[in-house]
Design a protein around this ligand. Structure first.
Ligand SMILES: [Zn+2]
Length: 476
């Protein structure tokens, strides 16, 4: 079945045609590691993960690269403001590399919690300075870039297709440009490829003196190193379209003379309770924060992938609870099928059940092949589960075949794989407190702690011999 994807570049839904049969090269703009990534960042990373898993479901071999930006990403996403990483480093009085390591670990941990399949590589910008310098040299040699006072700028007027991705024309952009433009630039929209700033904490030698790379050149250099100058898919958040991805195209296509990326996929913003997420509103939740609140990690994953990537998703705590209930439905069906698979009699698969399983997979494939129509795909999944739940007298062969169908669906959704049985550290702490209270025969305190544990969605049960067992309550 053909996969259709909406391509930001052409503004059309197109049939995906890989450059190499059966293979996909995919690059996703990863995190800038200056703070803990929040749910909004993860929606975009999860869409990339969903797409990659779906390609694999369809039998493609995917090479996926996601960069880690640890230098050069300035506050305004272009050439103004401090380097985001440096700002944090100065605030925390730490080395930028220390900051980068700390927040990269935080990102990797949260990715793991959300059951995101690791890309083939997470290249770091600071480890690819040579590749960036090489690309800047080519751009200067070809006349697309110029040097002024140890800075290198890209001359946007030299690239005829500038604006093709975002729809921004240079005339429009210039009309909206601020008066206090950088006097070094030939055109207000020219952007920095290499920056000279003696105060910057991270510096490298280059043919243009000491300095550091611009954010956009990082992704052009790293994507071409690992995927080639021309590859299939580039993903990112909608905020990456301009200037970041527009500039990536200008750099990469000017340097290689080839078409850079065939399909551009952008994920729309996440709203929190109907509002834009922001630091000032205090709603930039991180994954560990939500888990601390008692929400299950696979429910967070489910919620974040459950709406179409080209629509804003309104994230709410009620939505997380609904996601947990949806997963429970799948899990209950899995438990029953697993049990029947072990205890049921062996036998033939009834044709009707064979069709049920085959149709489910075909419809699931059709739904996601339609520009990742996840709502439809989930509806197919739950319809299947309803039918399975209605089926009595299943033999073990039938149960195994139906279970296999759910597992195939979950190879894309990834919600059953995420282990949600891990008890959070604070709950274990409370259980220990209760145990101590019981040892002291302080029954009142022990009961109070038990209630506190319950309020957080967990149940603590005593087991013979004096120990205890913690299990998930109804609302966790
Ligand atoms: Zn990027």
């Amino acid at each position: 079945m053909d996969l259709k994807l909406y391509n930001t570049l052409t503004r059309k839904t197109e049939i995906f045609e890989p450059l190499q049969k059966g293979r996909v090269g995919m690059y996703s703009c990863g995190p800038t590691v200056y703070s803990h990534p929040h749910i909004g960042n993860f929606r975009s990373f999860l869409v990339a993960d969903l797409l990659k898993r779906f390609f694999e479901f369809k039998g493609f071999k995917v090479t996926h690269i996601m960069n880690i930006t640890d230098v050069g990403h300035l506050v305004d996403d272009a050439d103004e403001g401090a380097d985001k990483l440096e700002e944090t480093a100065r605030k925390q009085k730490k080395d930028p590399l220390e900051i980068a390591k700390f927040y990269t670990d935080s990102f990797l941990q949260a990715s793991k919690l959300l059951n995101i399949k690791p890309p083939d590589k997470y290249p770091k910008a600071t480890e690819h300075i040579k590749e960036m310098i090489d690309m800047v040299k080519i751009l200067i040699d070809k006349g697309y870039a110029y040097v002024v006072e140890n800075n290198v700028y890209y001359d946007v007027t030299k690239f005829a297709n500038y604006g093709q991705l975002s729809g921004n024309t240079l005339n429009d952009l210039n009309a909206g440009a601020r008066i206090e433009i950088n006097q070094e630039k030939k055109n207000p929209q020219d952007f920095a490829l290499w920056k000279h700033d003696p105060k910057h904490l991270q510096q490298w030698d280059s043919p243009w003196g000491k300095g550091f790379p611009g954010w956009h050149i990082e992704c052009s250099a790293m994507s071409s190193k690992y995927l080639g100058a021309e590859f299939d898919i580039h993903t990112g958040g909608e905020d990456n379209i301009f200037p970041h991805h527009e500039c990536e195209i200008a750099q990469s296509e000017a340097a290689s003379g080839k078409k850079f990326v065939h399909y551009w996929l952008h994920t729309r913003f996440l709203l929190f309770d109907g509002e834009k997420m922001s630091k000032s509103k205090g709603n930039l939740y991180t994954i560990p924060e939500l888990i601390e609140k008692g929400f299950r990690k696979n429910a967070i994953r489910y919620a974040l992938i459950s709406s179409h990537y080209r629509q804003n998703y309104n994230f709410t705590f009620d939505g997380l609870k609904a996601a947990a209930q949806a997963i429970d439905k799948i899990q209950q069906c899995v438990l029953r099928l697993t049990d029947l698979g072990k205890t049921g009699k062996q036998g033939e698969i009834r044709e009707q059940l064979q069709d049920l399983a085959a149709n489910c997979l075909t419809e699931f494939d059709a739904a996601l092949s339609d520009d990742l129509n996840i709502s439809k795909a989930l509806a197919v999944c739950f319809d299947f589960i309803r039918q399975v739940n209605k089926t009595d007298d299943m033999n073990s062969t039938e149960a195994a075949a139906l279970l296999d169908t759910i597992n195939k669906i979950d190879s894309v959704l990834g919600v059953l794989e995420a282990d949600d049985n891990e008890v959070p550290a604070n709950i274990i702490e409370l259980a220990e407190k209760r145990k101590a209270a019981k040892l002291n025969k302080d029954w009142k305190a022990a009961d109070a702690v038990r209630a506190e544990i319950l309020a957080q969605g967990w149940i603590v049960e005593d087991i013979p011999g004096g120990g205890y067992r913690i299990k998930r309550g109804e609302n966790a």
